[in-house]
Design a protein around this ligand. Structure first.
Ligand SMILES: Cc1cc2nc3c(=O)[nH]c(=O)nc-3n(C[C@H](O)[C@H](O)[C@H](O)COP(=O)(O)OP(=O)(O)OC[C@H]3O[C@@H](n4cnc5c(N)ncnc54)[C@H](O)[C@@H]3O)c2cc1C
Length: 423
């Protein structure tokens, strides 16, 4: 390859970056290199439809195989980039990348979309057979096969992926226990009322949820896991363990390049790294808070990967930036459909709209009276109303937000001046 753009990491953000470059009229070569063996595919169904046997792997591909050649995108699969050298004194941002397979990829522009990997446990017994993680296609295929044969499933970690997988395992009739080290589920993402709702909803469906349950190790026989050990000395029998305790951003390449990293590759609102000629997007980055600009956040979502990759493409081509997008996210745990718009980080007030026990309710978050976010459970109209409010810079007064006799969209109040568009 000579010149053009090199995108390292061929997944949600990397593919979007290539697509956006072409949409912006870039006609230079694009190389999209990824260490996985497969063309870019969607990850969200791995813990939902695919695990439940309702989707096959082929249906997860983002694009038809012909898309890449048709659009002049050289997709290099199964190659890990191990080193990047920027040309000193050459065109800013140009250089050569080398891969584990010995390829040299020259580029004029560089983007890192290297994502994140699962945080792994190092407790005694953590390498026993039957202890699984869920990040990619191969993990998901392995988990699905094992799930068929398993009877006692323990999920370590009560975050989104753990709870989604627990819901699938339970729907398949397995004996399922979720162990969460914190005092509540989803503690980093939602208010206590939402955490408590999920604890009860999963229990109603027959899943055991243990809170404040710190896993200290695993027992095994013949190399296979047989039980999960807890800090209180107890042991819970298990023939399949799924660990979902968060992810670690893949900063190794950026660090070797001398780019500033701090819990992710540090980028600005235009997805430019500490070397402004190099961009980064998606789960591997930390960025200024997209709504307030105050402090940095790391967002692990499809919406963020798409929005940041779009911004990165514009930055690489020297095009004007679009304004920041309103973040949104979803997590489908069986029939419980959670939709989140905005970011609730730093909220000082929240309003519950509807009755959690009805399994259809929303929570609106505020800071100093300003609407920040909504968590909507089986309430798509509330979600849409708040997403629109945040996009238009409108608000829903906290005093009236809880009144379920009135549709939320009719409660929208005057626009602020610092409105942000959606993407
Ligand atoms: C099971 C699961 C369920 C999810 N569900 C949801 C959901 O419901 N809603 C939602 O919004 N988000 C969800 N997500 C999160 C969403 O999938 C991620 O935010 C998104 O995939 C991020 O895209 P990315 O391109 O930044 O990173 P990734 O998807 O992690 O891709 C990075 C790619 O880069 C490759 N790579 C890394 N280093 C190198 C290298 N040196 N050389 C070559 N290639 C490299 C990796 O192998 C990987 O393929 C889910 C994720 C998982 C795993």
């Amino acid at each position: 390859m000579t010149g053009g753009t090199l995108i390292v990491g061929a997944s949600q953000a990397g593919l979007q970056l290539a697509v956006s470059l072409r949409q912006l009229g870039d006609t230079e070569p694009i190389t999209l290199v990824g260490e996985e063996q497969f063309p870019p595919y969607q990850r969200p169904p791995l813990s939902k439809e695919f695990l439940a046997g309702k989707a096959d792997l082929e249906s997860l591909a983002f694009r038809a195989p012909s898309y890449y050649a048709d659009n002049g995108i050289d997709l290099v699969s199964g190659e890990r980039v191990t080193d990047v050298a920027l040309s000193p004194g050459g065109r800013p941002g140009a250089g050569v990348a080398t891969t584990a397979g010995g390829r040299a990829l020259a580029f004029d522009r560089l983007a890192l979309t290297v994502g994140a990997g699962p945080r792994r446990l190092s407790a005694p017994g953590a390498d026993l057979d039957g202890i699984c993680y869920l990040r990619d296609r191969e993990d998901a295929l392995d988990l699905r096969v094992r799930l068929d044969a398993a009877s006692k499933v323990v999920v370590v970690g009560g975050g989104f992926i753990g709870l989604e997988a627990a819901a699938v395992a339970r729907s398949l009739g397995k004996d399922v226990t979720v162990m969460e080290a914190a005092q509540r589920l989803l503690s980093r993402a939602v208010a206590p009322v939402v955490s408590e709702f999920y604890r009860q909803a999963h229990r109603r469906r027959g899943t055991t949820v243990q809170l404040s349950a710190a896993v200290t190790g695993f027992d095994g026989a013949d190399g296979k896991v047989t039980a999960v050990r807890l800090a209180d000395g107890s042991a819970l029998p298990a023939d399949l363990v799924l660990v979902g305790v968060g992810v670690v951003p893949r900063t190794e390449l950026a660090e070797r390049m001398g780019l500033v990293c701090d819990g992710g590759i540090v980028v600005d609102e235009r997805a430019r790294t500490s070397n402004p000629h190099v961009t980064a997007a998606g789960d591997c980055t930390v960025q200024p808070h997209p709504l307030t600009g105050v402090g940095r956040v790391r967002l692990e979502s499809v919406q963020n990967a798409v929005a940041q990759a779009t911004a990165a493409a514009a930055a690489l081509l020297g095009r004007p930036a679009r304004a920041a997008a309103v973040p949104w996210f979803w997590s489908f745990q069986g029939d419980l459909k959670l939709q989140i718009a905005g970011l609730s980080t730093g909220y000082d007030e929240h309003v519950v709209r509807g009755e959690p026990d009805s399994e259809r309710f929303s929570v609106l978050y505020y800071r100093q009276g300003r609407l920040l976010a909504i968590d909507a459970v089986n309430s798509p109209a509330d979600y849409m109303a708040v997403r629109k409010a945040l996009t238009d810079g409108a608000t829903v007064p906290a005093a009236t937000a809880g009144d379920t006799s009135v549709p939320l969209k009719t409660l929208l109040a005057a626009p602020r001046r610092d409105a942000v568009p959606s993407s």
